[in-house]
Design a protein around this ligand. Structure first.
Ligand SMILES: [Fe+2]
Length: 352
């Protein structure tokens, strides 16, 4: 089934600092769908396309070159792939089996692969705290591949565009809930923020029905995306309806609520469950690209944002009084503690 998610325009809010209608729309859509589509007039026309094409150029590089950009393992030998290139089949999101029984037959997610065939590039952006108890996640150096022209300025511009949009939407969400404007942005300030675009080689993994990312929710506070060059993202409403997420054009950005935002709001904004599956509609384009001698890649222009590592994941503001608050307080812990624990859970060791 398809669902028309309203697109929220940030224009008026950016001009006036207040747009009651749009703020309550942000709240309503995030509450019901766990995803939100916005238009931000500050995003340069052409930037999303330039960034996506650049990432496609990177993914088309030979494996020997991409391998130069894998993060050096931690002192104890653990490979976390939290900066630089993350090879295919190294990521396995935790399948949320505990919710499967809630999903009506016919809307159930596809069976997940043993590990996701997609690759990723992790690039830390944004302000860092001066000190941290969690240096392995807070002070990761950025890795910039030298083979790709204009990598640094394009990544920088994309990082600024995404962060600015995120900040405004989180202000609008706070106002929509009739909370102080900085309720969420205070938590997110100096939190771990990473560009994390994915690439899927559709020559190898483009068959209809291929699961690029198994059913899961994100562990961050909020995930953002620009438009992908191929469709494939499916999400679930609060009532477990499965729907394809489509951005109508490059002016639009997508936000997905993650686990941490669900905790901060004691369940008012639910984590967005989703999966990425290559469909029949992608097949014509795949064949066209192959015919002109190009390897087709699906590129998603993702950014993960989390709250500061020293902040606690727990209900805040008015949400401390929500009926479900006690359940979320029971899982209270520092964001950094949680991130360190899950860091290696989702990484699949390469056996080559
Ligand atoms: Fe995800």
């Amino acid at each position: 089934m398809s669902i028309d998610i309203p697109i929220v325009d940030l224009n008026r809010f950016l001009k006036t600092g207040d747009d009651e209608l749009a703020c309550s729309q942000v709240k309503d859509v995030m509450t019901e769908y766990g995803v939100l589509i916005i238009r931000d007039p500050r995003v340069d026309i052409g930037l999303p396309n330039r960034y996506r094409d650049m990432m496609q150029d990177f993914y088309r590089l030979p494996v020997e070159i991409k391998s130069k950009y894998v993060q050096t393992p931690l002192a104890d030998g653990t490979q976390i792939y939290e900066t630089g290139w993350r090879p295919p089949f190294t990521e396995k999101p935790r399948r949320r089996d505990e919710v499967l029984h809630l999903i009506p037959e016919g809307a159930r997610p596809s069976a997940p692969p043993p590990a996701d065939p997609k690759e990723r590039y992790m690039l830390p952006v944004g302000a860092r705290p001066e000190t941290s108890e969690f240096p392995d996640i807070d002070f990761l150096s950025r890795i910039d591949p030298v083979e790709i022209e204009n990598w640094v300025p394009i990544c920088d511009a994309w990082g600024v565009a995404m962060s600015s949009a995120l900040k405004s939407v989180m202000e609008m969400l706070a106002l929509g809930f009739r909370e102080p404007v900085d309720l969420f942005t205070n938590m997110l300030f100096e939190g771990v923020q990473k560009l994390a675009p994915t690439g899927l080689d559709l020559y190898r993994h483009g068959k209809s029905g291929t699961v690029a990312a198994g059913f899961h929710n994100d562990l961050s506070a909020v995930t953002m995306h620009g438009r992908s060059n191929y469709p494939g993202l499916w999400a679930y409403t609060r009532g477990w309806k499965r729907f394809p997420v489509r951005l109508p054009d490059d002016d639009c950005l997508l936000l997905q609520s993650g686990r941490v935002l669900e905790h901060l709001t004691a369940g008012r904004t639910l984590r967005g469950y989703h999966e990425v599956v290559i469909g029949e509609e992608a097949q014509i384009r795949i064949r066209e690209e192959l015919l002109v001698g190009k390897i087709p890649w699906r590129v998603s222009t993702t950014m993960f944002s989390n709250i500061r590592t020293d902040r606690y994941i727990e209900p805040i503001g008015r949400f401390v009084n929500e009926p479900e608050a006690a359940r979320y307080f029971a899982e209270r812990e520092k964001c950094g503690t949680r991130m360190m624990r899950t860091l290696t859970e989702k990484v699949v060791k390469l056996t080559v």
